[in-house]
Unconditional design. Sequence first.
Length: 185
Amino acid sequence: MRGYRNHAVVAALVFALGATVVTAQDTPEQNTQKKDTEEQSRGNSTPWYNPVKHNPLKLFKHYKSANDQLASNGQLEDKLSKQLRIQGILAEDKELQAVCSDFKDLPNCIAALRLSVSVPVEFTCLKWNVTGVKPKAPDSCAGPAGGKAMPLDRALELLKPKPDVRADAREALKKARDDIKDASS
């Protein structure tokens, strides 16, 4: 008996909501008024929304790859390379653009360089794990599982399992962003 009562209540709600939708529709007089205003507005080519203000593509940020960032700003590359060489992070015979070739963003590349020096870990192995791109001459390191890129902290944890790896990765990213900010100013 209880089940029938529940079905009856649901049916009554559906009927009541359906009736309100029907009454909310336009009357024939309102339809003719709408047609008149539509005909008047056809001369106006502005859309019903502002495409500049309501552009859905603006919701997605487009980040330049590390190579694109360095290639588009030669001064940034020069200053950053000089800064990293002074700190002993970038070798004299290496070019920053070549080192960061496969990274999706510049801070991750510089953080990986910093971590390869501070934690001591092989940079090519760390780069392989972070980018998912196999180096031309693989060393004795294992690549990421399934060949997929992983975040910097997980890649570092895979290579050097120790308790404060995540903190090291966060600190390296913070210093990398500071280095980029200093070089760009």
